[in-house]
Each structure stands twice: as C-alpha cells, then as structure tokens.
Design a protein around this ligand. Structure first.
Ligand code: ARG
Length: 578
C-alpha cells in the first residue's frame, strides 16, 4: 500500500539528502486523481525537504537535480519532475498486487495502520456530544452535535484510541420545577410511558404558559425546585422518573441513528460539586462580588480595562450556574478518567462559554485543560419536519425514512428488500449526514430534503447506492477465498485510477484527524464512488473468463471495503441492497 511505496521512495531520497526516512515520509504524497488523467503516483515537494542540500537554486532546478540523482528500481518504474516536486510512478503490477492484497488483509483497519498515523498520540479520548435538555426542545443543534460527536468518536476509535462517549444532559434547572408543579394538572402517566419526550415537552409548555399568567403556579414551581434542591424524597423520585424515562427513550432513538453512549452524565450530577467550585474559587481569591451581588471571576488580561472580560459563576442567592456545573464536571472527569483529551461538541453560540470554562480551569491550576477542545459547528436553516421545526429527533428520522420510502417506491430499479423501512431509514440518515458534513462544520447552511435525497450528485444516497451495487455484484463471486489473481487481468486505466485513489486513503484520514473536519473524508468517498461507478460500467464480470472475473471481483471488493469503512467512520450504516 501507500506505506510500502512511501518507504521505498524515502529510502532512496534519504541516502541522497541525508535526511532520516521518517522525516521524509509525511512529505511523500499520493497524487490526487483528477479528470481521469494518468499521472504519476507519488510526489515529493522539494522545498519541504531539501533545505540545506541544494543552496540557492530554484525549486524547479532543485527538483531536477534531485530527480537526476534518483534511479528507478523494481518498485519505482519512473522518476520525473512536476511543479516544484519530484514524481514517482510505481511498477504497475506491484501497485495492483500490493493495494489489493493490503485491503484484503487489513479489512476494516485498512489505512489506519499507516505510518502517517503512528506518531499520533493514542490514549483515552472523552467525547461529549448530543447533550439535549430534558423536557425542552431537541433542536437541530443537538442533532448536529450528535452526528458530529459520533463521527469524532468513531474516527478516534478507528485510529486506536480508547473512547468514552458521553452525553451531558440538561437534567437540572427550573424546567423541573415547572414539571414537578404542573404534572399532576397537565400530565398523564400513560402518555408519559408511551412517549415520554413528547409528553414532558407538552406538559412543560403548558405549565410554562400558565406560570407566566398565574403567580400561584410560578410559586408552586419555585417551591418544587426548592424541594428538589433540598433532596426531598418525593420530589427527587419524580425527577428520577422523568430522567430515567427520557434516557430510555433517547437511547432508542440514538440507536436508530446508529450511535450510542457509554455514559449519561448531566448537570444534575454537579449541583453539589458546583458549590465546591465556588468555595475553591473563593479560597484561591478568584471570586469577586459584582455590584448586583453575583459572584464573578475576572478573566481580563493584564493591561486590559478592569473587568473587560469576566464570567458569572454564582447567582446572588448563592446558587450555581451552567458554567459552574461545567467547571465541576470537567474537574470530576479529569480525576475520574485522567483522559488524554476531551472534546466538547456544541454549536458556535457556546464558543464564549467554553473559552471561559477553559480559562477558569487554567486559573484553578488544572493543567489538563490543555487537553480539552471545543469543536463547534454552525447553524442549520430549513430542517423542517411534518410537525414543523425540529422538536424531536424521532421526527427527523421518521421524515428521512418516509421521504426515502417514497423515493424508492417511485424508482423502477429498486430491489425488493426484506425490510424496506429499515433500508429507507439507513439511506435517509446517510443523506442527512452527508449533507451536514459536506462543508466546514463551523459554516451555517440551509438544509434541503430533496437535495439531500437525490440519488445522483454528491449525496449520502449516492454513497449507499454505490455500496449496494458493489455488494450485489459481489454476490456473483464464487471463488472469494482465493487470494491469488493475475495482475495482467487488471491493467485497465479505470482500475489504475481507482487504485491510485485508494492509495490516498491514509492521507485523507490523517488530514481528517488533524482538524476533525469530515468534509475531506466525504469528498474522498464521493470520488471513490464515482470511480467505482465508472469501473462498474467498464469492467464486465459476467461475460469474462473465470480468471478475469475473479481479479475484477477482488478489485470491486477492495472498493467496497474502503467505501464501507469510510462510511462507517462518518456514522453511516452501509446497506447491501436498495
Ligand atoms: N445542554 C446544553 C444545551 O443544550 C449543551 C451542553 C454542552 N456541554 C457542556 N458541557 N456544556 O445547550
């Protein structure tokens, strides 16, 4: 695979430039396949590696001189130069054999064993994502957090980290006062059991409206909250009931979406520890009283105007806030997990919140804060479901499923599947994920169902379609166990182009990992899908001799493996038939 070839190239170059091979390897890039042109396979930009070797000559000249000193061998069949780089073409038979062999051997690990990834520290990664608020709206921001967090967790796991997937629920706050006070009036136990998330939201909206009109109801809610804060057994038991049912329901919906959590944490866990945080800040002299009696931490830099930047960590009645609980939660996780990195996934409106959180942790001397990161994303417009704006994750999934079922019913080529609703759901979710992952995460975008669900173009449906097609083609493969094949059968240009693309997979993973943006992987998989479809048109299997058919099927199998691997990292469950 790429690794072997990069090493062979690095070995030669290293002898000439006297730069260690290891340093050269990250600079040897598999050439991106463009417009079906047959280009060299690898390139090495001279400016990044020849610093002291050739003095005072242009990049062009450097590339020529370096290329002149290199010679082809049994692996490298041709050496040339391009713009500021030396190019390498790999012996065709070897390219075919190596790539197909490695994919067959590594299977789901293909690309992840690459030496490009070997220096990346591997340890315990805590990813906190989704984190909806019980009894409140599950808005599209929570949906984005869920799929992005799941992608990050998948990616980290695939490169060899141990990953803890955590959901930090908004399970504390005045909404429980309202629910506790109003449930006897507006709530219904059967409805609560049947559809807890919806029903709690329904009750919350009603009580909230009433409390705005009616002082008595408001007082009642405050009293309930007080009881809850004081640990009154009856109040706590009702709260636990709401929380448990909600988690149970969420778990079901997350499962449909293809994700799960190792831990349901939540703000409620930190209500006492938040008081410890306030005391700690006080004891370190970091807590100041504001003019309206709240407790604040000064975060302005030396030389700044006084209090140009501060964070409120305590209400005037002494109780904690969202950020106080987050400080407590972070400290607790540092102690409990000793994580190597922690990643929070929320929309960009919380950027300031996390900046403050990290600054305060730093002031408290918590050095592990340097291993914390906030991955943020932009706003989505236009994600409408039948019931209007997104309120329940379930609605979004239902919408994706029913629209996709409709599309499938209207398509003549649809195959009979055992469970069309399940297939439609998996395709619909793929569409949703791809639409969301195409751009920079931090950009806002406008969601459009019919665009997302198109079967051609760069959509999740296209990826699923390609995967299913490859899968049915592979049903023809009788000699699957037979590893040997003749490279002569695979000299078609469309094979070589695809193999060159497959060579780049580890570089794409590396890049994706560096900045946690899924768009590189998405566009890579689209490219692979297009190449797969061209190959599918060009290379007949049924009409070919057994040797040729076997070699071609092995080739199609390799595409399917990498396509499925990449889709799974994105959080998509590949379908075998559609
Ligand atoms: N529940 C919060 C919300 O809906 C998100 C929590 C994000 N995580 C955190 N540690 N603050 O906005």
């Amino acid at each position: 695979m790429a690794g072997h070839f990069r090493r062979v190239i690095a070995e030669q170059v290293s002898q000439i430039l006297r730069v260690p091979e290891k340093e050269l390897i990250p600079h040897i890039h598999a050439v991106q396949v463009l417009k079906k042109q047959l280009t060299p396979d690898f390139k090495l930009f001279v400016n990044s590696v020849t610093k002291d070797y050739f003095d005072a000559v242009s990049h062009k000249e450097k590339a020529h001189r370096l290329a002149g000193k290199l010679s082809s061998n049994s692996v490298i069949s041709e050496i040339g130069t391009g713009q500021g780089c030396v190019t390498f073409t790999i012996n065709r038979d070897l390219l075919i054999k190596r790539v197909l062999h490695e994919i067959a051997q590594d299977g789901p690990k293909y690309g992840f064993n690459s030496e490009l990834l070997s220096d990346i520290p591997k340890g315990l990664t805590l990813v906190e994502y989704s984190s909806p608020n019980i009894a409140k709206k599950f808005h599209v921001g929570h949906l984005r957090s869920t799929i992005i967090g799941n992608f990050i967790a998948n990616l980290k796991e695939a490169v060899g980290n141990k990953v803890v997937r955590m959901n930090y629920l908004g399970d504390w706050g005045f909404q429980f006062g309202l629910l506790g006070a109003g449930f006897s009036k507006f709530g219904c136990s059967e409805k609560l059991r049947a559809y807890p998330l919806e029903h709690l939201f329904e009750v919350y909206v009603k009580v909230n409206a009433e409390a705005e009109q009616d002082e008595e109801m408001k007082q009642c809610a405050q009293d309930f909250m007080q009881k809850l804060e004081n640990g009154d057994p009856e109040a706590v038991s009702l709260w636990t009931h709401f929380r448990d049912l909600s988690i149970e329901e969420y778990s079901k919906v997350y499962k449909r979406l293809g994700c799960q959590f190792d831990e349901y944490s939540g703000e409620s866990l930190y209500k006492e520890k938040a008081q410890d945080v306030i005391n700690l800040l006080k004891s370190k002299g970091l807590l100041q009283k504001s003019s309206n009696d709240t407790g604040i931490v000064d975060l302005s830099k030396p030389g700044d105007r006084e209090l140009s930047n501060y964070s409120t960590v305590m209400r005037s009645d002494g109780t904690s806030l969202y950020i106080t609980r987050d400080i407590a939660a972070a400290i607790d996780r540092m102690e409990k997990y000793g994580f190597d990195e922690m990643i929070y996934v929320t929309d960009k409106s919380q950027e300031g919140h996390f900046e403050h959180l990290f600054q305060i942790l730093k002031l408290l001397g918590k050095e592990q804060v340097d291993r914390c990161q906030h991955v943020m994303f932009g706003r989505v417009q236009g994600m409408q479901t039948r019931r209007g704006g997104v309120i329940f994750l379930e609605d979004v999934l239902d919408e994706a499923r029913s629209r996709m079922l409709q599309n499938m019913a209207n398509t003549e080529t649809s195959k009979a599947t055992e469970d069309p609703a399940d297939v439609a759901e998996k395709i619909g979710i793929a569409a949703l994920i791809v639409q969301d992952f195409k751009g920079l995460l931090v950009s806002d975008y406008c969601f459009n169902w019919s665009q997302a669900l198109q079967s051609c173009g760069d959509t999740g449906v296209f990826l699923q379609y390609t995967h299913a097609r490859l899968h049915s083609l592979l049903d023809l493969w009788e000699s699957r166990e037979e590893e040997a094949f003749d490279a002569v059968c695979l000299q078609d240009p469309c094979v070589i182009l695809t193999l060159k693309h497959l060579l780049r997979y580890d570089e794409v993973i590396f890049k994706t990992l560096k900045d946690l943006q899924p768009r590189y992987l998405v566009s890579y998989l689209m490219g692979l899908g297009h190449l797969a479809n061209v190959a599918h048109h060009t290379l007949r299997v049924k009409e070919s001799s057994p040797e040729v058919a076997h070699a071609r099927l092995l080739f199609f199998y390799s595409i399917q493996v990498v396509l499925a691997n990449g889709m799974k990292v994105l959080g998509i469950t590949p379908v075998d038939k559609m």
